[in-house]
Design a protein around this ligand. Sequence first.
Ligand SMILES: *Cc1c(COP(=O)(O)O)cnc(C)c1O
Length: 409
Amino acid sequence: MSHFRYINKKLFAEKVSVSTIIKKNKTPFYLYSEKQLKENYSNFIKNFKNVNPLICFATKANTNLAILRTLGKLGAGADVVSGGELLKAIKAGIKPNKIVFSGVGKTEEELRLAIKKKILLINIESESEAVLINKIAKKHNQKVSVGFRLNPDVDAKTHKKISTGKAENKFGLSIANFSIFYKNIKKFNNLKTNALSVHIGSQILNDAPYKKTLNILSKVIHDLKIKPKYIDLGGGFGVSYNKKDKLINLKNYSKLVLKFKKKLNCNIIFEPGRSLVADIGVLVAKIQYIKKSHKKDFVILDAGMNDFMRPALYDARHEIIPVTKTKIKAKRSLEFVGPICESTCKFTKYIKFQKISENDFVVITNTGAYGSSLSSNYNTKPLIAEVLVNKNSFKIIKKKQNLLDLLKS
Ligand SMILES: *Cc1c(COP(=O)(O)O)cnc(C)c1O
C-alpha cells in the first residue's frame, strides 16, 4: 500500500488527499493509484527478467478499461474468461496476439469470436471443447492456435473456494484423460497445439505447489513427446492482505522457471491478476450510523457486499483504516458492516480502533483485485464509481451507474 499513506494524519493517494476526492465524489467509490499499478507491473517483470515471459493480465481481477489500457501500454497481454472480457481487452488496445482465453464453459458464440479475432491461444479445458473448436475452425478453413489446460492435481494450499488445480475442481483436463486424448490429436486437423497451460489457484503464498506443477508438466511433456511453443503457467501469486501473510519469493520461483524453460526450449506465459492490482485500490466509504449492541458497536458503512464481495464470499479479512487519523481510542470493540440485507454483509471486526463518529470516512484496503469486477446490483443498488489518481490529479474512470437504468426491468 505504499502509494496510500498518511501525511499529517490524513490519508493520501499519491499526492492527493482522500478527503479532497471525497469532496468531489459521493461515497462509496473505488479509488486507484496509477503509480502503484505501474510499479507492480515493473516489479513483476523485474522478478522474471531472465525468463522474459509474456504477461497476460487476468482481466477478471479488474476489468476497468482505464486499468486495462494502462497495462496494455506497459506491454501486457490479457487472459480473458468470456467474450465480453475479450472484447474489452481489445478495446483497451491489447492486441489479439497477446490474448489467451481460459474457462471451462466457453460458449460456441464466444469461441467463434475468439477464432475470428485470431487470438494467441484458446486454452481448451475439455475433449468436447476441442471437438467444437475443431468443427468451427474447419468450417472457416482455419487452423486455430490452442493450448490444453491441464489439471495437475496439486493442492495450492489456499482457501478452498479459490483452489483450481485439484482433481476435485472443475478446471482443466486430468493428466490421464489428456494423455488418452492427445494420442488422437492428429485427427484434429484444424487445431494447432501451441501450448500447455495450468492455473492451480489464487492467493498462493507458498512456492511448493508451483514447484510440483513444474515437475508434473515436465513429465507429461516428456512422456507424450510434445513440443509446445508456449507453456502457460497461470497466475495465483498471493498478496499480503494481512501483516502475517508471508509472500512467495518470486525470484526463487523465477530460477526454477528459467531452468524449466531452457530444458523445454519454450516461451513462458504468466497470467497474474491479483498480484498486479490488489494494492492499487481502496474502497472509500462513509460511516452512516454507529449502533450499539450487546458486546460491540456496529459501524454501518454506505458500502456493502454488493460493492465488495470478498469478505462475504471467501471470509476474506481486509483492513479498514480511517481517512483522518486520531490518537484517541474507541471505547468499545467495533464491527464494520454494510447496508445489504444479508448477515454476511459485514467486513472487519476490531477490538481496538481509533475513535470514530457518524459521517466520518474510512477506506477498505487492498480492494483493487476482485473488488469492482465482482460487484453486483443486489438490493437494487447502482454499481459505484471508480476514480484513478495520477500524481496530483484524479479522474473518474467509471461513472456511478444511473439508478434509473436499474428501474427498467
Ligand atoms: C483468475 C485466473 C487467473 C488469475 O488469478 P490470480 O490469482 O488473480 O493471479 C489466471 N488464470 C486463470 C485461468 C484464471 O481463471
